[in-house]
Every structure is written in structure tokens, then in C-alpha cells.
Design a protein around this ligand. Sequence first.
Ligand SMILES: Nc1ncnc2c1ncn2[C@@H]1O[C@H](COP(=O)(O)OP(=O)(O)OP(=O)(O)O)[C@@H](O)[C@H]1O
Ligand SMILES: [Mg+2]
Length: 455
Amino acid sequence: MTRILITDDNPSMRRSLVRLFHSKKFEVFEASSGEEALRRFEGEGVDLVITDLQMGGMSGVELLAEIKKRSSQTPVIVVTAFGTVETAVDAMRQGAFDYILKPFSLLELETKVDKALAQRRLLAENRYLREAIQQSVGRIIGQSAKMQVVYRLIEKVAPNTTPVLLLGETGTGKELVAREIHKKGPRADRPFIPVNCGAIPENLIEAELFGYEKGAFTGATAQKKGRFELAEGGTLFLDEIGEMPLYLQVKLLRFIQEREFERVGGTKTIKVDVRMIAATHRDLKKEIEARRFREDLYYRIRVIEMNLPPLREREGDVAALTHYFIKKFNQELHKNVRISEEMLEIFSAYRWPGNVRELENMIERGVVLAEGEFIQMEDLPPEIHSVALPSEKGRAAAALATPASGSLTERLETLECEMLKRTMEEEKGNQTAAAKALGIHRSSLQYKLRKHGLL
Ligand SMILES: Nc1ncnc2c1ncn2[C@@H]1O[C@H](COP(=O)(O)OP(=O)(O)OP(=O)(O)O)[C@@H](O)[C@H]1O
Ligand SMILES: [Mg+2]
């Protein structure tokens, strides 16, 4: 039941208001002064306050201020007599939800109360949603065996400052994992500063990382701190470290060894305490061979190396991530779409060259474009349409087998069955070879064979 507190030092006025709201099925509390109102407010968990402005002792405006201090979300409606409109305006400025002029009809007051309560509900809902979204942001989804290895390593490296090198294809979650290591460690309440070495122009990156002194170059009109200094006490995330120019690699190496550096154009040596996490999707060994990356730096940054597996190797995670992203985008886009079992299967068979980011983007697109209850094939980009047709040979075979009618799902099913048969024949029943030829996992091959009664 909604709880209302009515404050008025005029007993007859108070009584008529109490009667009105009683009859409207509110739980009503009354107070004959501001002081008493505040006591009741603190004791009773009130949803809305109505108060007269002119009262002996604590005034209505003072009561309003005290209530707002205790609970900024509780709506307060002030009642004011003709001639004191100024005070009412003042009350609005201090956060009153609305005011009402005496004499007023009870209906008028009731309307304002309804409006205030509706707004309060909306605000509460909004806050709840925001919190739910914030909590889910940055959660690492997936229970596959390969991700369990990653989780165990995160737990091990988080408590100390040993440099970590994160390796993995694009979109595998390198930045997400770097943040997780930071969040789980003793530096969690200090800054996490990401630097994308590939995104900053080569001539600016030194100044960006190490800062500069006034007059260091044209345009350096004031001293500026670099990202290393900004990360003091926290974590510096050097993303795409393979793109870092050679001359800076020297400076970075010195920093890792000595924990000190100079700003560009400066002579003062600066010491900072930061944890370094680096990431790259490049093969650094090849970069070393090509003399684009310093070997000594490589051994310094990779004290601990973490490999993030490509999505196609994470058994079962595609489904989990799909459901997670559908929920996320349904919330964000105020929709309520779902995904069919068939589509999930197609998702699980796809190669995902762009990994989790590609899946995330694809689902966002699907949720935006879906018109009915389910995401349809035409809501998704073309690359996933040909999932069941990975090779030229397969495509040719498929052309023969394509049924001329039926729903898309039915036709895909027929096609899939045909291709499985052919490939198994071609590979003389060797499942491992057939799975490889089709670019899918052996376990999904077995699943599909069983589904079509071929096993
Ligand atoms: N396991 C996961 N669970 C939930 N979301 C994930 C997961 N892995 C990645 N993501 C999401 O996928 C997107 C890409 O992840 P991230 O930016 O960490 O990848 P990356 O490896 O740094 O990619 P790149 O090499 O292209 O920079 C982000 O939106 C991230 O939140
Ligand atoms: Mg990244």
C-alpha cells in the first residue's frame, strides 16, 4: 500500500486530507508540525509527502529541505495560501515535485499525487534497469573448457604486478580480460588507462604516453602528463603493442626495467608505479624476425602470456553468448525478440573470424531488424547465410541438392544433410577429416550426423 504523510498545523485541513486519502486506499500518516513530520518520515518509510508551507516552528520549505537530504527521490507536494506563491516557487527550486494553491479541490490534489507517484515509479524502474545493465557490463561470458583456463590464469595474475601479454585474434576479448585482471587486483580502485598504440599517429604517440613539457614542440603551450603518469598506482593497458614504433620500444623497455622516464622535452626523471598489460593480435615472433619488434622488449612484456581462444574453439560458448547479447540488446533497444534453435545451430557452425565482437554486432543487427518474435535469416548479414556451404565443392553439390520449395530452414536442413553425406563419402567415413573439410568441430559434425540419422 502506498504510504502518504500529511503535514499541516491546521487540524481541520489535515483531517479532510487524511479522510480523502484514506478513502483512496492509501496508508496515511499525519503530523501537526514539521518536526513531527520529520520524525514520522524517518520512522515509517513514506512514499510521498504533502505539507503546508506556513507552519509554526519548522516551515514547509525547511521540512522539504530535510526530506530531500534524507531521500532525494521522495516526491513532496507543498500546499500554499494565496499571496505566498513566491514561497511555493522557492520550494519548487528546492526540489518540491509540485505545489497547490489554497483553496483547491480534492480532485486537483489527487491528480497531482497520482502524477508524482507515477514519476517516482518510473525513476525507480529506470534506476533498476541502469544498475542491471551496469552490472552486466564487462562480464565475461562462457563456460567452455578453454575459457576455464583463462579464468584460472586471471585469478593467478590479478594479485601481483607481473607484466601480462594477451594474445588472440581480433574480437576475442583481450581488452575485456585486461580490465578483469585490473578489477580483480589490489589496484581496482586506481585508474585503468588503455592506450591503443595502433590508433595514435606515430609522431604523437610518445607525447601521449610519456607526456611533454611546455615548449617541447610547436603547440606544446603547457606541460601535459602522459598516460603513464595518469595510470599512477593503477594499470596501463598497451593495446596493439605490435604497432609501437621501434624508437619508442626502447623507451618502453627502459621504463619496464627502471620504472622511470622523462617527459618529451624534459630532463626531470619521473618515477611511476603502474602495472602493465599489453595485447596484440599479431604474431610477435614474426615481427621480431622482420625486425619490427625488439626481442628484448618481447621477453620483458611476456613474462606471463595468455592466449585467448578463438570463439569457434569455445565449445558451447556461442549459445551462451548469443543469449547474453540478445538479452542485452533487447534491454537497450526495448525489444523482445528471440532466437530459434535452428539459428543457434547455424551460429554454432559458423567460423566467426571476428570472434565475440562479430557475434555481438551480428546480434545487435538482428535485434534491430527483427520484426516478429524471432530473428530471421534475412535480418542477418550474408556471410552467415552460407554457413552450411563452406567449400566450392560443397556449393556445387548444394546447387544440385537445393530443394525448390519449403521454408528457408527446411531447405537449409536438406542441404546440410546432402553435404554431410557427400563429405563423409569423400572422406571415407573419417569424421575428423570430414569435420575439417567442412570447417566445423568434430563434435558439431557428430551432432549433425545424428540429427540427420546418418550416424
Ligand atoms: N567472453 C565474453 N563475454 C562477453 N563479452 C565479450 C566476451 N569477449 C568479448 N566480448 C565483447 O566483445 C567485444 C570485443 O572485445 P574486446 O574489445 O575485448 O576484443 P579484443 O580482443 O580487444 O579485440 P581487438 O583485437 O579487435 O581489439 C567487446 O564488446 C567485449 O565486451
Ligand atoms: Mg582490443
